[in-house]
Design a protein around this ligand. Structure first.
Ligand code: F6R
Length: 610
């Protein structure tokens, strides 16, 4: 959701802060702001607009001071106005706070503070924090103690960074259910809500746990808990190349990340395939290897795109490993009364590793004492830390708000995981070897699909003016259809539905007419004939159809107004390939309509609120 940055040190603070903030813009972009302690006073700049507007404003300034805070906002409480932008301040502007999350009891606290004479100037929940820190500093507390006392009163989710003119040589950061990363080196001390913001300056980072508080000074970082006990924290090394967090000549992160997929799948597979054994080596699962042998049921939990990857994961695990597998939306899971079996394991699939709904489901599973696994892209993120074991995607930072390369890397991980579990059970050496060989050949096939990008662009241009869209597929490509629809709606704002093609006749077909086109995934696989029948039903009602078929199947083209053919691929792995034209289609529709696909309205890359 919101992006937070703090910096204390000798570098050009405005330049450093703005560059870091730009890397976090994908987390929220309805307003932005900064505050800095200069000559004993807090000065600030806030805009109701994007980070670039803040950058323009700051061009007129020459600030040498630190510490400083920067923020890009995704509104939760209060409209995206200048007054509601962060940093938020106390009455005397001696305290500045940036916050990611929601303070659930802010109304009661505001009433209490107003009775004590505090005056509020915004509609945000965050401002409460600034006034509480002011109150406790006024009673004689140091900045860190004032923040600790504030933490005792506030309820909800927060990652915060606080500065104060009364204690100007430090930044205090704290975490409860929202990510906070701190780091320090000879260039200074940093706080951020995401490693991507500061990886340029420091590759070693400390991830705060819930209830922890960090004091960041020029010389280092000290982490304590609520009882003021010093915590020895391990530094996590983030091996991202800074180029991965830049557009590298592409107009948008989304297209860069779509085009990167052959390499990201290769990175996901690297060093993990043992071809001679038809097996897979997953270092992160070593400690639970024996326990996994006895697992009789798996449940995959995730949200959004990661949930669609999990749906495909269910098919893969059941088919390859023969383990009954359930999939659930993490947000719904914890609200149902679910009996737990003795030999069950749960896998949490998340690009960011910080999605609040997924984290809450993990908390539920951990409380029940069941085995929890993570399939996560961001190294060191909360889900990777709170699960018993796990597998990293190694897809590099995904900055585009619409998930693309993370999805295909999740599918690659889920295939590896299925083979790993299968080889512990009845999957033969030859069967394992065959799947892995096919998996290894996928990056070059994805490259071939990407070469068709201009063809897909032309198709996209024709369909940008429609208001509704249907995506349909069967079996492995039913979730791909759901993902295609999600991509289109989130970046081009066209209403799109994903359907199992078979389900159409049970209701949704009533919508079809010449103004309601369908994208049909009709590959040369076990579902081709059934797909053709379902496509015919659409055409009989004058619905325009775009076919996604298999190269060599020229006959499929006659069922659509337009068609895109992709290389032949085995059915269980086909979503890794078939999703790519759908990503490109959504991207080019959005661009042809003049939208910025990296900043879709109302969305944030990392959803840290429930
Ligand atoms: C859609 C998208 C979201 C995320 C969802 C879960 O393009 O990116 O639907 O997939 O918010 O996020 P993670 O995977 O970070 O848990």
């Amino acid at each position: 959701m919101c992006g937070i940055i703090g910096y204390i040190g000798p570098k050009d603070n405005l330049e450093l802060g703005m560059n870091s903030l730009k890397r976090l813009e994908y987390r929220g972009y309805d307003s932005a702001g900064m505050a800095i302690i200069e000559e004993g006073k807090i000065s600030s700049e806030r805009v109701a607009g994007k980070v670039n507007e803040l950058r323009e404003k700051l061009k007129e300034r020459d600030s040498e001071g630190t510490p400083c805070l920067f923020h890009s906002r995704w509104a939760t409480h209060g409209k995206p106005t200048k007054e509601n932008a962060h940093p938020q301040f106390d009455c005397k502007r001696e305290v500045a706070v940036v916050h990611n999350g929601i303070i659930e009891n802010h109304k009661e606290l505001k009433e209490m503070l107003e009775k004590e004479g505090h005056e509020f100037s915004s509609e945000t929940d965050t401002e409460t924090i600034a006034h509480l820190v002011e109150k406790f500093q006024g009673e004689g507390s140091s900045l860190e103690d004032a923040v600790r006392k504030t933490m005792e009163l506030i309820r909800g989710a927060y990652g915060i960074a606080v500065i104060s003119t009364k204690d100007p040589e430090k930044i205090v950061a704290a975490r409860m259910s929202s990510p906070v990363i701190v780091s320090s080196n000879k260039e200074g001390g940093f706080v951020a809500s995401d490693p991507a913001a500061i990886v340029e300056h420091s590759s070693k980072m400390i991830f705060l746990e819930d209830g922890e508080l960090a004091v960041i000074k020029r010389g280092g970082v000290e982490v304590t808990d609520m009882a003021k006990r010093k915590k020895e924290k391990e530094e996590v090394r983030i091996d991202w190349d800074i180029k991965e967090a830049q557009k590298s000549g592409y107009p948008h992160f989304m297209i860069k990340e779509i085009m990167e997929q052959p390499e990201t799948i290769e990175n996901t597979l690297r060093g993990r395939i043992i071809k001679e054994d038809g097996d897979v080596k997953l270092g992160g699962l070593e400690q639970v290897r024996e326990e996994l042998k006895g697992v009789e049921k798996l449940t995959l939990l995730a949200c959004g795109t990661s949930y669609y990857a999990s749906m495909i994961g269910k098919f893969l695990i059941e088919e390859i490993a023969g383990i009954p597998t359930e999939v659930d939306l993490a947000s719904e899971f914890r609200y149902r009364k679910r009996p737990y079996g003795r030999r069950e394991a749960f896998a949490f699939i998340s690009q960011s590793g910080e999605t609040a709904d997924t984290l809450k489901a993990l908390e539920e599973v951990n409380n029940k004492g069941a085995l929890s696994l993570g399939i996560v892209n961001v190294v060191g993120s909360s889900i990777s830390r709170y699960t018993d074991a796990g597998i990293y995607n190694h897809a590099g930072p995904e900055i585009g708000v619409a998930s693309t390369k993370a999805f295909t890397s999740q599918l690659a991980v889920l295939t590896l995981f299925s083979v790993f579990l299968g080889r512990q059970r009845n999957l033969s050496l030859n069967e394992g070897r065959e799947i892995l060989e096919k998996l290894e050949s996928l990056p070059s096939k994805v490259r071939e699909v990407l070469e068709k990008k201009d063809e897909i662009k032309e198709v996209a241009k024709k369909y940008g003016e429609y208001e509704n869209f249907l995506f349909m597929g069967r079996r492995y490509n039913f979730p791909t259809a759901l993902e295609g629809a999600l991509k289109l709606k989130e970046i081009s704002y066209i209403h799109a539905e994903g359907y199992s093609a078979a389900e159409m006749k049970h209701g949704a077909i009533a919508l079809i007419d010449e103004s309601f086109p369908a994208f049909a995934i009709a590959l040369s696989d076990s579902m081709r004939e059934k797909m053709v029948s379902n496509i015919e039903e659409i055409r009989a009602r004058s619905g325009p159809v775009i076919i996604l078929g298999t190269e060599g199947d020229e006959g499929i083209k006659e069922y659509g107004e337009d068609s895109i053919l992709i290389p032949e691929v085995t059915e269980p792995l086909s979503p890794l390939l078939s999703v790519v034209p759908l990503q490109l289609f959504a991207y080019y529709v959005a661009v042809s309509k003049g939208f910025d696909p990296d900043k879709p309205r109302n969305l944030s890359k990392v959803v840290t609120v429930e």
